[in-house]
Design a protein around this ligand. Structure first.
Ligand SMILES: [Zn+2]
Length: 302
């Protein structure tokens, strides 16, 4: 017998679930930007992390899992634009705040890939929510081709963290850069785990690469080579300003409090982080470059 009350209850659950699903998809669509055919960024600006995914005729390549919550939303976003299976998850570098969440993609069938340097750090510094990569690579370069699309993995040596990989899609002229460039923002707080001298060298090497579009893990998700150059110039300008204070005879301990770079006053975190950035560069000049490691340590197989 038709039970109106039960039908109304069941249908209201059904329609509210449908509404929630639709809202979730609308929310995801808001966080997905199409950069080129089959190439998308994904990230909630409020949470500050951007990933990228590449849809090919033979499956999907995902860059940067971040954490389980981000990866789950990212997987949903991918599945809302394609039915292709997830083939690869590629790590940019070792740090926990970028490298967690990989299990979401392993469960979806992906092979997780990282540079051996990042892998060794992840193995030595386990964390719940961080899956160890399945496939390692060593040396300076690896290419992955899937469904006619090639993605180059560039290891540019010491700069930030371990195993830092810059990705380039040569046909589309797109690069994906984690942490090494954050457009229109000061350096991150105390500039943790960056070798400043090697970082500048790396940025010059990225600037010499052939690309038109850059995707960044932090800040505005999509930019260009100009953003890479601007970040490098900021570091150089801050270093020059510190050196100018040295020349004037300013007490070194007072330099972070007096140094100003009006050219960058509109950048995010200018007031909050300028002194912290200055301290870090000052100490680098005082103690010598850090962190540092011999370049050959991870040239396995070369
Ligand atoms: Zn990092």
């Amino acid at each position: 017998m038709f039970n109106l009350k039960r039908w109304l209850m069941a249908s209201s659950v059904f329609f509210s679930t449908l509404l929630m699903v639709n809202l979730a998809f609308a929310e995801m669509a808001k966080h997905t930007i199409k950069v080129d055919d089959g190439i998308y960024t994904f990230g909630d600006p409020a949470k500050g992390y951007t990933s990228m995914f590449v849809v090919t005729s033979d499956g999907v390549i995902v860059l940067e899992p971040v954490n389980t919550e981000h990866s789950t939303a990212l997987l949903n976003a991918i599945q809302s634009v394609t039915k292709q299976p997830i083939r690869y998850l590629l790590h940019s570098h070792n740090h926990w705040d970028h490298s967690a969440g990989g299990q979401v993609f392993r469960d979806a069938g992906a092979t997780i890939v990282a540079h051996v340097e990042a892998y060794e750090w992840m193995k030595a510094n386990p964390r719940q929510d961080m899956a160890l990569p399945d496939e390692l690579w060593a040396g300076n370069r690896k290419d992955i081709t899937l469904g006619g699309t090639t993605i180059e993995l560039h290891y540019l040596g010491m700069n930030h963290g371990l195993g830092m990989t810059v990705f380039r899609l040569p046909r589309e002229k797109i690069v994906f850069i984690a942490d090494l460039v954050t457009p229109n923002r000061l350096l991150f707080t105390i500039v943790p785990d960056f070798n400043v001298k090697q970082w500048i060298r790396t940025l010059r090497e990225i600037e010499a690469m052939d690309f038109k579009t850059a995707v960044f893990t932090h800040g505005k998700p999509v930019g260009s080579k100009k953003d890479v150059a601007a970040n490098r110039e900021f570091i150089e300008d801050l270093r020059a300003a510190i050196h100018a204070e040295f020349k004037k005879g300013t007490n070194p301990f007072e330099i972070p409090g007096v140094v100003r770079l009006p050219k960058y006053q509109d950048w995010a975190m200018y007031d909050e982080w300028l002194a912290m950035n200055a301290w870090r560069l000052l100490l680098d000049d005082h103690m010598g470059p850090f962190p540092w490691r011999p370049n050959h340590s991870y040239e396995v197989g070369k």
